[in-house]
Design a binder for this molecule. Structure first.
Ligand SMILES: Nc1ncnc2c1ncn2[C@@H]1O[C@H](COP(=O)(O)OP(=O)(O)OP(=O)(O)O)[C@@H](O)[C@H]1O
Ligand SMILES: Nc1ncnc2c1ncn2[C@@H]1O[C@H](COP(=O)(O)OP(=O)(O)OP(=O)(O)O)[C@@H](O)[C@H]1O
Ligand SMILES: [Mg+2]
Ligand SMILES: [Mg+2]
Lengths: 255, 255
């Protein structure tokens, strides 16, 4: 039985989608059967997952509202062991209230994850920023969660609140463990960025901070422009190597 | 009668809070009576608005749930014409469902904005990432909206959706105009960042893109670490100057 790994943060723009896409690709490269699911109405996974040209755009929201069966929304990618479910047509609508309710209250998300866990080693779920109904609905059904923490002073200020929110959600789901905070966009040339790293290493309990840190780099942004995971597009880049190392470190939790 | 200016984006981490705080400080420096309201449960405004040490932390959410009167939550800052309303105790709670409902459906937000418009030239409202009930509730009562657009390929990919969402919200409120997209974190040394700028200038109708662009700079992050708006802490910095120029360009819309 595979496990569900959610990527969550209340703060926006911290690298949730970048982490979800690249961890998924790195796991698949190691031979883990991997499914990547985009629950964020923004639908950013679509732009970075290495899908084939002309791919279908129906996704998770179309499965939830009953207009598409599951097999229609599971898309192949450039990697044999990586499949992707996009956010779907919710990305084209302006009002997400109904979609949020379906994620939080419906029975289709549990069914989807049960089916996926039966067929895969790991199901990685990208989520929207915040601790709203979508994130709560996903975490209620997850076994693992990683919280990207951007190495910026402001992201640090809101960390206690994020940890409190996650602890609250972890307490409601006995199967859920916090794998840790993942420091992202660590900029060795920026004193304020390095102060954040030092503060986290000194003040957050060691078991809550992943050893791997993802450095700030041009490559993830260029990979999005090219529509691919950076671990595939630019494997020699330091950010790519960080995601590959992270996958190596976490892989045995999912086999 | 003053006007309400909302700072909105579906994408996270694009500079909404940085723009709200610095535009508010720059307007106040020009002598406009300015109120800055934080409606985002993350409560990031608190860390960048230049509040006095030991300031009260009750705020907008405490006014909404009836535990505080308005005069208790309006806080003075280092600038005579700038007052701030923080997010308040919602920042300390893990579940924001009730808070979201109060913002979207209650009568207290309209009352607060009416009172503020009677006393100020401009009320700047920071919002959480997304197009959820808080953003919709705020935009229904606003006269102006600015959408920060991070000069990154991925932020560009989701722009059509953000513009569609905003157009939908603008169509529901005849008083609301989109002042424009504000390009932020523009990195002259990054080819992918400059490609985003060129693309936006070439493809988005000119009247929808503000002339001012905010360059990527260390100074806004360091200003958050110091708890102040960057326009006050480091007025010579290029990002500060961009916000000051933007305030000069927009000021006559609010007097
Ligand atoms: N290591 C890195 N170095 C530099 N830029 C990065 C890095 N990782 C991600 N980025 C860029 O930072 C931006 C934010 O990343 P991303 O969209 O993955 O964050 P997010 O948390 O998913 O955002 P949202 O809250 O909007 O969902 C993107 O433009 C991405 O290309
Ligand atoms: N011009 C800039 N150059 C470099 N960094 C910047 C700039 N403006 C803002 N930042 C930094 O980028 C990060 C994101 O900015 P900010 O928090 O204002 O975005 P936001 O859209 O309000 O995020 P959220 O979606 O979480 O509310 C912060 O760490 C901030 O210090
Ligand atoms: Mg994302
Ligand atoms: Mg913000």
């Amino acid at each position: 039985m595979g496990k569900v790994l959610a990527i969550v943060s209340q703060k926006g723009g911290v690298g949730k989608t970048t982490t979800a896409v690249n961890l998924a690709a790195a796991f698949a490269r190691r031979g883990l059967k991997t499914l990547l699911v985009d629950t964020d109405p923004q639908g950013s996974v679509r732009y970075g997952a290495g899908l084939r040209k002309g791919h279908a755009t129906a996704g998770f929201s179309d499965y939830l509202d009953g207009t598409r069966p599951l097999r229609d929304v599971i898309l192949p990618t450039a990697l044999p062991w990586l499949r992707v479910i996009l956010a779907g047509s919710v990305s084209d609508s302006a009002d997400h209230t109904l979609y949020q309710r379906r994620v939080a209250d419906g029975t289709l998300l549990p069914e989807l994850l049960e089916t996926a866990r039966a067929r895969c080693h790991v199901v990685i779920v990208d989520t929207p920023p915040g601790l709203g109904p979508i994130v709560r609905g996903v975490l209620a059904l997850s076994q693992h969660v990683i919280v990207p923490l951007q190495a910026e002073p402001l992201a640090l200020q809101t960390t206690p609140q994020i940890l409190r929110g996650i602890q609250d959600l972890v307490s409601r789901n006995p199967e859920l463990t916090l794998d840790g905070l993942l420091l992202t966009m660590v900029d060795a040339h920026s004193p304020s960025s390095m102060r954040v790293v030092e503060y986290v290493r000194a003040h957050v309990p060691r078991h809550l901070v992943l050893d791997t840190m993802v450095p700030r780099s041009e490559a993830p942004s260029e990979a999005f422009a090219a529509g691919q995971p950076v671990v595939l597009r630019d494997p020699g880049d330091a950010a790519s190597q960080a995601y590959v190392n992270l996958a190596a470190q976490l892989a045995d939790r999912f086999q």
